[in-house]
Design a protein around this ligand. Structure first.
Ligand code: ZN
Length: 673
């Protein structure tokens, strides 16, 4: 038992040694220890003090998070049936513990006592207590016992349902294959996509090309395949994942899972006194009310829709006829090539991964006076993963991060930053923050580095923006450090802010260099890339707004007697705002992991909300200079360092000197004009 690597919290997780059979014993032991520690805490005769109560709670939560982090991370990036089973087994145990803690009346009273009596607390300590009290309320601490029990049941069921949703999407993605044998069928596809597909076919003793539905392949087909039926086929594969439209895989159909998730969320919100789950979601966010969110989304859509319609008309003129959903990306790429003489494939040779990474780290180093360096010999979960340490300008250690960039089987699609270790300074208990930065780029092959499209580069900057937020925190309490305690509609500020640095005249030469010659991106190519930034921003923005409005209306308008109405709500949203029509068999909701598998339920709007903040924050750098010392220092101090220890609006005002204004976003997207 004592050699269980998950229980060794002395350094980085021992990734080389963690096995599925370690998971359950580690989690059970830690939960038992935490429960015992809580009982001791509450049994003590003296009245609760901040140091004893709050710091103990922080310490217990921190330890549990550290043990669980590598498990949930491995389940996402190196899944196996045994690991998944162990993970699934622990979810209800964790959910039970979380609810038990949140509904503990004695703990809540002790916290209220501190809030009332301790006049020595500083601002972040007061925030810690206030958030804890809010979370007690949202865990149902005030409810009568039978309702508390029902709430706990719902939370357990939800954690399982969300995991099932995610696993169905992963399995449905991994199981899909398309075998092509005719050259005309694969015309237009990039070299690297074809090579990988040919290798996959060979590995199975087949000729031609065997395609999977991994994100790089899907995007390549939708953008480049000249053969229209191939695009339609892939589109159908993608938007029917884990749905009733896959008759051969009915076990992976998420229809009922979605139905139950929405019902459980609605019931849980009702138990806490909210009219619907959207209201409950907003209790932890920057936005004030459901009406405010709906107005925000609808107003933006109204601003964008005419431009999106113009952009689509432009594409249809080029294509010579009406376009289906699987044509838009293809013709947009054609128009982009025509207008800017620029294609993603043409840019790739200038963005080899090592160059982009080094350049990106250099930008962060210059902006925040840091030092990032690779550390060899750190145990990882895959040979392609690397670890980097970060030091501050004065040489003091800040923390580190793992980088896992490439798509492979058993790895969840998408890109994300997750916490490995959260910063903590709880008395003698000090931890430096560590992050996981995960993407799904085309893997390197034949000794050649992976070559990124510029959109990939932007994705990488986005996730590194989250990583910096996680690492540069100065908050001592894990519940408020880094991204913790930050409302979700503000948490995308640092990530979207940092995306800007993938687009600048002064930064593009730093992150580009031809993979064979090392030559920097030629000036005319750089200029055309810059000019293409706002290309078809109307269509892209409208698509994001469509997702956001669908998510929000679905949760805000749910009625138990009627059920989820997923298709109807989607049809209404599309009818109100979409300019590209989707086929009747589109089931994109069935793989909409953000809202059914992850934490963005009634919160997908957060991306746009935070984009307003990010664009406005970056406008301060446009005014002062992209590397302006004082502005960067203020951004680090007022936004990145404070985590959730300060009200999000207050933090923004501290940086910008005023409240946020949407005009910077519209201007940067070329929509205002
Ligand atoms: Zn993000």
């Amino acid at each position: 038992m004592d050699d269980n690597p998950l229980l060794d919290l002395s350094g980085l997780p021992r990734f080389g040694e963690i096995r599925p059979e370690h998971v359950q014993p580690a989690v059970e032991r830690l939960l038992a220890e935490n429960r015992a520690a809580l009982a001791d805490l509450l049994a003590a005769p003296e009245p609760p003090s901040f140091t004893r109560l709050v710091l103990t709670l922080e310490r217990l939560g921190h330890r549990l998070a550290r043990v669980w982090s590598p498990v949930s991370h491995l389940n996402g990036v190196a899944s196996s049936p045994a690991l998944r089973e162990a993970y699934n087994h622990c979810l209800p145990l964790l959910s039970e513990y979380t609810t038990e803690l949140g509904q503990n009346q004695a703990l809540c009273s002790a916290m209220q006592h501190i809030e009332r009596t301790d006049t020595t607390l500083d601002a972040s300590q007061r925030m810690l207590v206030a958030q804890a009290l809010r979370d007690f309320r949202l865990a149902g601490v005030d409810l009568p016992p039978e309702r508390q029990q029902r709430f706990a049941q719902l939370m357990q069921e939800l954690s399982m349902l969300q995991a099932t949703f995610e696993q169905n999407v992963l399995d449905a993605t991994d199981s899909w294959r398309h075998h092509a044998t005719r050259t005309e069928e694969v015309a237009g596809l990039p070299e690297s996509t074809l090579r990988r597909a040919a290798q996959a076919a060979q590995a199975r003793g087949q000729d031609g090309w065997l395609f999977g539905l991994d994100a790089p392949t899907y995007v390549a087909v939708m953008t480049h395949a000249d053969h229209r039926p191939l695009r339609e086929h892939f589109y159908r594969g993608w938007v029917t994942r884990a749905s009733d439209q896959r008759s051969d895989e009915s076990a992976l159909d998420n229809s009922r899972v979605i139905e139950r998730i929405l019902a459980c969320r609605h019931e849980a919100a009702g138990l806490l006194g909210f009219d619907n789950y959207a209201e409950l979601s907003l209790a932890r966010k920057m936005a004030g009310s459901t009406a405010e969110v709906l107005e925000f989304l609808e107003a933006l859509a109204t601003r964008c829709r005419p431009q999106a319609a113009r952009e689509l008309a432009e594409l249809e003129a080029l294509a010579g006829g009406p376009l289906a959903a699987w044509d838009v990306g293809y013709w947009a790429e054609k128009l982009r090539e025509q207008r800017f003489a620029l294609s993603d494939e043409q840019l790739r040779p200038w963005f080899p991964v090592p160059r982009v990474l080094a350049g990106m780290f250099g930008i962060a180093e210059r902006l925040y006076r840091l030092r990032v360096r690779r550390i060899d010999g750190v145990a990882c979960w895959h040979p392609s993963v690397e670890y980097f340490a970060v030091e501050d300008g004065d040489g003091s250690s800040i923390g580190g991060f793992f980088v896992d960039l490439y798509a492979r089987a058993g790895k969840r699609t998408g890109a994300w930053m997750d916490e490995c270790v959260v910063r903590a300074a709880l008395g003698e208990d000090v931890s430096h923050p560590v992050a996981y930065l995960v993407c799904n780029f085309t893997p390197p092959e034949d000794g050649q580095p992976s070559l990124l499209g510029h959109q990939d580069v932007v994705t990488l900057f986005h996730e590194f923006g989250h990583t910096l937020h996680h690492l540069l925190t100065r908050v001592d309490y894990p519940s408020l450090a880094g991204i913790n305690g930050v409302p979700w509609d503000a948490v995308e500020l640092p990530s979207q802010f940092f995306e800007n640095y993938a687009w600048l005249d002064e930064t593009l030469p730093l992150i580009s260099g031809h993979h064979e010659t090392g030559a920097p991106l030629p000036a005319d190519l750089l200029g055309r890339l810059r000019a293409s930034r706002a290309f078809h921003a109307g269509l892209q923005t409208l698509r994001q707004l469509e997702f956001a409005l669908f998510d929000f209306r679905l949760h805000a308008g749910y009625e138990p007697a009627v059920g989820s109405r997923v298709d109807a709500v989607l049809a209404e949203v599309r009818n109100d705002m979409a300019v590209v029509s989707a086929p009747e068999w589109n089931r994109f909701a069935h793989s909409f992991s953000h809202i059914f598998g992850g934490g963005y339920a009634a919160g997908y709007y957060s991306y746009k909300w935070a984009e307003v903040l990010a664009a406005d924050a970056f406008a301060a750098f446009e005014e002062a200079g992209a590397f302006h010392d004082e502005t960067a220092r203020r951004f680090r101090e007022s936004i990145l360092a404070v985590g959730g220890s300060r009200d999000a609006m207050e933090a923004f005002v501290a940086f910008r000197g005023r409240r946020p204004d949407a005009s910077a976003l519209l201007r940067q997207s070329g929509i205002a004009a």
